[in-house]
Design a binder for this molecule. Sequence first.
Ligand SMILES: *Cc1c(COP(=O)(O)O)cnc(C)c1O
Length: 394
Amino acid sequence: MKLPVYLDHHSTTPLDPRVKEAMEASLENAFGNPSSGDHVYGRRTRELVEEAREKVAKIISASREEIIFTSGATEANNLAIKGLVEIYGEKGKHIITQTTEHKSVLEVFKFLKTKGFEVTLLNVGDDGRVCVEELKQAIREETILVSIMFANNEIGTLQPIKEIGEIARQKNIFFHVDASQAVGKLPINVRDLGIHLMSFSAHKFYGPKGVGALYVCKENPRVRIKPLIHGGGQEHGLRSGTLNVPGIVGFGKACELTEFEINMEAKKLEELRDQFLNLLKAEFEDLVVNGSMEHRLGYNLNVSFPEVEGERLIKELSEEVALSTGSACVTDQAEPSYVLKAIGTPEMLIHSSIRIGMGRFNTEEEIDFAAKKIISIVRRLKKESPFKQVAEEI
Ligand SMILES: *Cc1c(COP(=O)(O)O)cnc(C)c1O
């Protein structure tokens, strides 16, 4: 067993060795610029890129022409939202999202507010989901876009994507989905779900960092967006710049791998997750599970240990188990999670929370080991807890 056991798969995943192999081959054989059609070096690289594009499109049931390669989901979210309102902003200036989105969506909406757009920020229930009725009420004549994530990166909550897609279709507005935590983990069919724009990222499912994609629906309706980056006109003019070839090849390989393994892997991870949760529950009666258990990613767990400081627990575990709270990944500061706040978790329990994310290479042995470590440290921290002492003195 390699220590520390990695249980932070929401922030990123390790590279699958098969992905690494494909990338290495491309580094060796494909140095040509995929835009150089005049010679065999360029054409060979172009072929590799287009094969990868086919694989990426396939796992979301899109077509090749609907995939724009980007540097990741942050860029894809920016391109989708800013690119869309740039074109359709003349039709209306009202846009909708919700409180537990990733910062790369929330900050874009905040920015657009300064550009004269009106923003509705939907609340979520204590299960972490938006209320479809509330969304319906929020839509007006001037609404052009609703952006709702597929699955939350802290509490794993799955949003009612199909229902929202249906509403968007009825009301004739565009629907963008940040699916960074869901692609490669769940089967997704963008057409069945009524999604017009969808962002995702290779490094969240065993591909390399620094590459992702935006799906842009080309038919029924043909969605138009403006580029953020102008230049040589690559990616249908929507994302100029020489392509990240090894990254794209790795991205394609990562997609290909999940295509065959997705259902089995999801089931295995859910079992590991439940095994983990049962071990913790058996030990701590007061354990609190944050977010819906029913509508949840199978590899996510987010729990609070009353009287224990989450940050301290993570620090003390760090030689043996690699975990995070899930909320501090941006700045490394222990800011209380806005996601847990949004689902109504009391401040004390927010500070007592940790996020656990299982992945492809975790074994049962590792999960057992991690649970036992957590249990022994939590036990000790509970004894030492200043909150406990206060309670006893009273
Ligand atoms: C990781 C993540 C992002 C950002 O993806 P990058 O490719 O790292 O820019 C966006 N949204 C969600 C939900 C994520 O989990």
